[in-house]
Each structure stands twice: as C-alpha cells, then as structure tokens.
Write a protein that binds this ligand. Structure first.
Ligand SMILES: NC(=O)c1ccc[n+]([C@@H]2O[C@H](COP(=O)([O-])OP(=O)(O)OC[C@H]3O[C@@H](n4cnc5c(N)ncnc54)[C@H](OP(=O)(O)O)[C@@H]3O)[C@@H](O)[C@H]2O)c1
Length: 317
C-alpha cells in the first residue's frame, strides 16, 4: 500500500480547475505531489501545477501513479434543454473516453483511475430506505448519465487499472458548490424547505471528499464491493457521502440554525417544476438516503459525520 504524504506521486487530473478539483490540487501540492491538470484553458493554471489542453501533449516520460477524472459541464447551471443535456453528457463521456484511451496506450499504466459519478446514479424514484453501492438506478437523466459515465471509466479495468467510481453527494465547501448558491437567500432570512422537504439530501464535506480521493489512491482495497465481497476487487462504486444523510427539511433547519436565521419560507414543488422543469425535479425535488458502505467498510473514518458540524466548520470560521 502506498503511503500518502511519504512518497511523491505524479497525478493527472481532469476538472482540476473546478470547485472540487482546485481544492484537491491545493492539497496535492501541499503534500508535495506533482500534478498535471488537463484543462480547456491551461493558461489559467499556475505553477507548481502543470497545465495541458490535450492528452496528446504528454509523452512516454510522463508516468502517472494516479489519474483523477472530474471534468464535466456544470449540472445545475442552466435549464436542461436538449442542447444543455447533450453538453452535460458529452463533456463527461468524451473526456472519460479520451482519458481511458490514453491509459490504454500507455506502456506504464497508473495504478488507479478515480472517476467522477454522483448519487444521481440511484435515480429519482420513491424513497426506499438506505441505499448502498449495490442498488440499481432508473431511467432518469441523472441515473442514465452516471451509468454511462461509470461504464466508460470501467473500461480501464480491462487493462488492469484499478478503477474507483465516486458516487458523490452534494459537496459542501467554503467557496462555491451548492452551498454557495443557497447562502444568500438563507442569510437574508428567505431560506426554506423545497416542496414537502421529505426528500433526502446526501451531502459530504469537501475535506472528507478530498480525503476519500487520497484514501482511494493509497488503499487498494477500495476497488470493491460490487456483490458484497470486500476482498474481491472487481469494480469500484463508492458512495462519497457522509454517513448521516438528511432530508431537505433537516438540511434547511440546520443551515438556518448555523446561520442564526429563520427558515419559514417554502418553495412550492409546482414552482420548481414550472421554473426548472426536469432539472428541478431530479436535482431539487428528489433524493435518496445514500449510505457510504464501501468506503466505511474499507476503513475510512469521516471527519464530518453530522451536517451541523460540517456547516459550522464551513460557515463559522
Ligand atoms: N460539486 C458537487 O456537489 C458534486 C456532486 C456530485 C458530483 N459532482 C461531480 O464532480 C465533478 C467535479 O465537480 P465540481 O463541482 O468541481 O465541478 P465544477 O466546479 O463545475 O468543475 C468541473 C470542471 O470541468 C471542466 N468543464 C466544465 N465544463 C466543461 C465542458 N463543457 N467540457 C469539458 N470540461 C468541462 C472545467 O475545467 P476546465 O475549465 O479547466 O476545462 C471545470 O473546472 C463533476 O463532474 C460533477 O458532476 C460534483
């Protein structure tokens, strides 16, 4: 097992300029690793990171220990008209295909590919209790996208690259992400639950997500379980969510308490559907109670298990 922080690693990242990726790059650089970021605009990437705009810029001297694939058109920025759904889809699938093609061409392959996915994998249907990695998805856009995204990444397993698929919940961090969008109305006392507030919001503190990515790099046990066996490294769906998912109502109350603001308002489900259509239905009005079984069984200990602690850390410092 590779020891994080003890060995200098070479790491390739897509999406390294984003909300998660930039925090991850800062951590990797602080830990003295060499990081190459694949970006549409590498001029924005400054030393000690190296930026490239195409994988063809790499040569046989570029040998990576790990590849982390996070790139993708933002999912909740624009209404899901046909063209935007295509952009969301293509940006993930095309990048993942290019990364896996690149890996297949290498004589010296990285030990691990960590590739993005989301709790949207599990679909939008009725709440069915706690969901772990073996659960199935449905025919919603989010679920089909995550399935295809994961299956493109899993091709790397066919040539021996351990592949971890991070089914990530709502990432909570200081700058940006979903919390960044929610803060203003809540700070103004205009925050409130969405619809009946009963749908689940699996969340994770950004620091835990970064630690899970590092854990996946250093712990080769993280490749299972797909069928309940932790010792058979077949494939690696990993729920990257805190162990205590909350409902939208609980999230709303907790955020209001941490900010010391009232949360009387309710955003009616009908208004969300009218304003945001399918995007609102899938991202704001539905959610499953996702539980991080694989990573917990592999021995990862969450720093932020409870929402109040996570929000207090992010908002009170
Ligand atoms: N944040 C969350 O709560 C959350 C939850 C679940 C899953 N995820 C997934 O985790 C990944 C990273 O999330 P994030 O919040 O860090 O995303 P983000 O801030 O939107 O960053 C994603 C990165 O992807 C690249 N990108 C954006 N549009 C693209 C396009 N049309 N084609 C190719 N590349 C594009 C950009 O890098 P360049 O501009 O440098 O090319 C951008 O920095 C995403 O795939 C997201 O779906 C995030």
């Amino acid at each position: 097992m590779r020891k994080a922080g003890q060995t200098k690693m070479n790491i390739l990242i897509t999406g390294g300029t984003g909300f998660i990726g930039s925090a991850l790059c800062s951590r990797l650089v602080a830990d003295q690793h060499n990081v190459v970021v694949l970006s549409r605009d590498p001029t924005l990437i400054s030393r000690p990171l190296s930026g490239i705009s195409s994988l063809s810029q790499l040569n046989e001297n570029d040998v990576f220990d790990a590849v982390i694939n996070l790139a993708g058109e933002p999912i909740a920025e624009k209404t899901w008209r046909t063209r935007q759904k295509q952009r969301i889809w293509n940006s993930r699938i095309d990048t993942t295909e290019a990364v896996v093609d690149y890996l297949s061409s290498l004589r010296t392959k990285p030990e691990v590919l960590i590739s993005g996915s989301a709790v949207g994998y599990y679909g939008v249907g009725k709440d069915s209790g706690p969901i772990v990695e073996g659960a199935q998805g449905d025919n919603s856009f989010s679920s089909m996208l995550c399935r295809d995204w994961e299956s493109k990444a899993r091709r790397a397993e066919s040539f021996g690259v351990r592949t971890c698929l991070l089914r990530t919940g709502i990432v909570l961090g200081k700058r940006g992400g979903a919390l960044g969008k929610m803060l203003l109305p809540f700070k103004l006392g205009l925050g409130g639950k969405i619809g009946d507030g009963k749908h689940w919001m699996p969340w994770i503190h950004l620091n835990d997500l970064i630690d899970i990515i590092l854990f996946c790099i250093t712990h080769s046990r993280c490749t299972g379980p797909i069928a309940g066996s932790i010792t058979e490294p077949i494939a690696g769906p990993i729920n990257a969510t805190a162990p205590n998912a909350v409902t939208n109502q609980e999230f709303t109350c907790t955020l209001g308490k941490v900010l010391n603001r009232p949360t009387f308002f309710t955003m009616p489900a009908a208004a969300i559907k009218m304003l945001m259509g399918q995007m609102g239905e899938e991202l704001l009005l539905s959610g499953k109670q996702v539980y991080p079984e694989a990573i917990s069984q592999a021995g990862y200990n969450f720093k932020y298990e409870h929402l109040k602690d996570a929000l207090s850390d992010i908002l009170e410092k």
